[in-house]
Design a protein around this ligand. Structure first.
Ligand code: NAD
Length: 392
């Protein structure tokens, strides 16, 4: 069939297999053109199908020559519905890994569940013995726990409401938006979904099963950003969950004896960040400035830099709080001053000139395999693509 993008709000309900494959191929091409990563060799990536998790898996596999097990929560094609982008990305990843002689297997299911943890541990024990790196890169709207309760996360402020500019990306309009504060219950639930509890459960389960090396390292990702996004992010409900994630990293290191780090990454267009109010306008200005200054990076450049430069086998570069800072370029004074200057004047009239809206849309569509040069979108494609290691 001919597959076209169908957008609804900030998601695209279709994905293109050939485009997603090309996306993965380009990321592999990037990391293999750089000096090799010398780090862990048996890596579990939880949330490995898109965004930072996919880029982590690609970096560790194709540059680090690591065996990887990925946990995804994606949908195969069914009838006239295409598979999700993460499904196609994973199919392509496994295809390229196999061609390159790399071990790569994937489990599709809810990473929060006990069942997926158990299946993953059996697979590790059967194929790898133990893992020496665990990357926790989940971004989830909800979490169902074993007792049948479902918790939902919210993207709201904490304490007071906050008004600032936001962008309607479809109509290219700037307007004011007021975000209301989360209730105590909403904050608790957001922490339950996006905090560190499940990360710690994973490491505990791996330890109990003797499926993790003593000198293994584990990582989760966070964001801090500039002051204008703080009420929405760092000091908001998601920020409370990220604080919990940070404290959990300390607990994992101290109580479980596995070195755990938070890597603070750059704000980028991913399926998760598109849903946060105010942040997408900031991203369009940030992209414009960073591209002009020549220091713009996408997920793959960030993750390659994480594993090649910041987190080496015997040395980890952190700030005074112990966090790895990949937002170092985003937070450079020359970048932030330029963004803040434009932020104060941005309006419908200046949007085309000052914001990289085209770059935003390009990244957005590319996440679903569209708008990628060299891909023939007029060709008839079979949406039913198999992930080699998944038999469903
Ligand atoms: P993403 O939406 O691209 O990736 C999230 C991944 O989690 C996907 O592979 C998805 O399938 C998987 N997932 C979600 N629920 C799952 C479940 N129940 N079971 C198994 N897999 C599940 O998002 P991303 O932006 O790459 O986010 C990854 C992490 O990076 C998050 O912790 C996020 O907060 C952080 N981060 C993102 C940004 C940014 O700007 N995008 C910046 C800094 C940090």
């Amino acid at each position: 069939m001919i597959i076209e993008p169908k957008t609804r709000g900030f998601i695209c309900t279709t994905a293109h297999p050939a485009g997603c494959r090309e996306n993965v191929r380009r990321q592999i091409e990037y990391v293999t053109s750089q000096p090799e990563i010398n780090s862990a060799k048996k890596v579990l990536v939880i949330g490995s199908s898109t965004g930072y998790g996919l880029a982590s898996r690609i970096s560790m596999a194709f540059s680090g020559r690591a065996a990887t097990i990925g946990i995804i929560f994606d949908k195969p094609a069914s009838g006239k519905r295409t598979a999700s982008a993460g499904w196609y990305n994973t199919a392509a990843f496994e295809e390229f890994a196999k061609a390159d002689g790399l071990y790569a297997k994937t489990l599709n299911g809810d990473a929060f569940s006990k069942e997926v943890k158990e299946k993953t541990i059996s697979l590790i024990k059967q194929d790898l013995g133990k893992v020496d790196m665990v990357i926790y890169s989940l971004a989830a709207p909800r979490r169902a726990t074993e007792d049948g309760t479902t918790y939902s996360s919210v993207l709201k402020t904490v304490g007071n409401s906050y008004t600032n500019k936001t962008i309607d990306l479809a109509n290219r309009k700037v307007s004011d938006i007021t975000i209301d504060p989360a209730t105590e219950e909403e904050i608790t639930n957001t922490i339950k979904v996006m905090g560190g509890e499940d990360w710690k459960d994973w490491i505990q389960a791996l330890k109990d099963a003797d499926a993790i090396e003593e000198d293994a390292v584990t990582l989760a990702y966070s964001y801090i950003g500039p002051e204008l996004t703080h009420p929405m992010y760092k000091d908001g409900s998601i920020g409370k969950a990220k604080d919990h994630l940070f404290h959990t990293s300390q607990e994992i290191s101290r109580e479980l004896g596995i070195e755990a780090y938070i890597s603070v990454n750059k704000a980028l267009v991913t399926q998760s960040s598109a849903a946060i109010p105010i942040v997408p306008l900031y991203i369009t200005l940030l992209y414009k400035i960073m591209k002009e200054q020549g220091n713009h990076e996408g997920c793959i450049e960030q993750m390659y830099r994480l594993f090649h430069d910041k987190l080496q086998k015997d040395s980890v570069e952190t700030d005074e709080d112990g966090m790895i800072r990949l937002d170092d370029l985003e937070m450079l004074p020359q970048v932030q001053e330029a963004v803040m200057k434009v932020w104060s004047t941005i309006s419908d009239e200046t949007l085309e000139k000052d914001a990289d809206i085209n770059g935003y849309w390009e990244d957005f569509y590319q996440m679903f395999g569209f708008c990628i040069s060299g891909v023939d979108y007029t060709a008839d494609v079979d949406p039913d693509v198999k992930i080699p290691s998944i038999t469903e």
